[in-house]
Design a binder for this molecule. Structure first.
Ligand SMILES: [Fe+2]
Ligand SMILES: [Fe+2]
Length: 309
């Protein structure tokens, strides 16, 4: 049976199938019993992760949003055991970056597995493609902003890159019918979409990445306060810090140049920059808009991504 042949949302028999599959894998989830430093432990860990990824690829496309949330949170937590092991050497910063790199790579499999549910890769809704593009655009903007002596460091840029890949992982809780809907979302549908930012932050935090969780949780905030979540400060977001507005800019630019703008065709990068200028101080941070206009970084990166594809 092909993935696209069955509706995965709210299908009780599929839920049962997942439950029994998760139970069958329960022993694999007790990884903390393994000693990561002995050779046998390491071999088991590698095998364990191959199994998790294979299970994820087979199972995720058939889960309803609730099962997906439970499952992905579980996987994220188990990954944190893996990346928390003492097999990483180096300075504190080096160890953090290596752990983050492994975590992002492993979560990337989860994001790609989720994409399979849209009956193959439908470009319009592919979270994988969107996340990769957002990360590239955000890094480009962060690099441009770093040249303006705003205190943005190499560390910040690497964290923003990783957060860009992970930022929409919380979308796994949004029903497919809403994500793939053509046209304006109703108020009820928007109420189902909004929690994805906080949910993504929770998943990332479950693996112990605080800063990355904060950036991902803040990717829909706006300088005029009309974004979401309503109280980003509760997630540790400093709303007067320009760095937290980098992902929201990249996210908006990617969405309107690839998916749709006001429910119509996607915009050219130049048209998207015109929208960005109208949104300066409203949806987007005015200094970041100024930097993007002066350096042309977003348009340039748009072409690097799309002309190469
Ligand atoms: Fe989002
Ligand atoms: Fe996004």
């Amino acid at each position: 049976m092909k993935n696209g042949d069955i509706p995965r949302e709210g299908n009780a028999s599929i839920d049962e199938k997942i439950n029994s599959m998760t139970n069958a894998y329960a022993p694999l989830f007790s990884i903390s019993a393994l000693n990561p430093l002995d050779n046998e432990g390491l071999v088991s860990i590698e095998r364990y992760f191959k199994d998790i990824m294979e299970t994820t690829r087979d199972a995720l496309p058939f889960m309803n949003p609730h099962s997906r949330e439970v499952y992905v949170t579980k996987v994220s937590r188990r990954l944190s055991d893996f990346i928390g092991s003492e097999r990483y050497l180096g300075s504190k910063e080096e160890v953090h970056m290596k752990r983050l790199h492994d975590y992002v790579n492993l979560m990337w499999h989860v994001i790609e597995a989720n994409d399979q549910s849209y009956n193959g890769h439908q470009e319009q809704v592919s979270l994988g493609l969107h996340s990769k593009n957002v990360a590239s655009l955000a890094v480009s903007l962060a690099n441009a902003a770093a040249d303006y002596k705003l205190g943005i460091t190499t560390h910040d840029i690497e964290i923003i890159r990783a957060s860009g890949i992970l930022h929409d992982v919380g979308k796994i809780i949004v029903p497919d019918s809403i994500l793939t809907k053509n046209g304006k979302l109703t108020d009820q549908e928007m109420a189902r979409v909004r929690p994805h930012a906080e949910k993504g932050a929770e998943i990332i935090l479950s693996a112990g990445f605080e800063e990355e969780a904060m950036y991902a949780g803040a990717h829909h905030i706006r300088p005029d306060g009309k974004g979401y979540p309503e109280f980003p400060e509760l997630m540790g977001v400093n709303t007067s810090d320009i760095r937290v507005y980098i992902l929201p800019f990249a996210d908006m630019f990617e969405a309107i140049t690839r998916r749709k703008y006001k429910h119509k065709n996607p915009l050219s990068p130049e048209e998207a920059m015109a929208v960005a200028q109208q949104e300066a101080g409203k949806q987007l941070h005015p200094d970041l808009v100024k930097i993007a206009v002066e350096t042309n970084c977003m348009v340039r990166t748009y072409h690097e991504i799309n002309d190469a594809a």
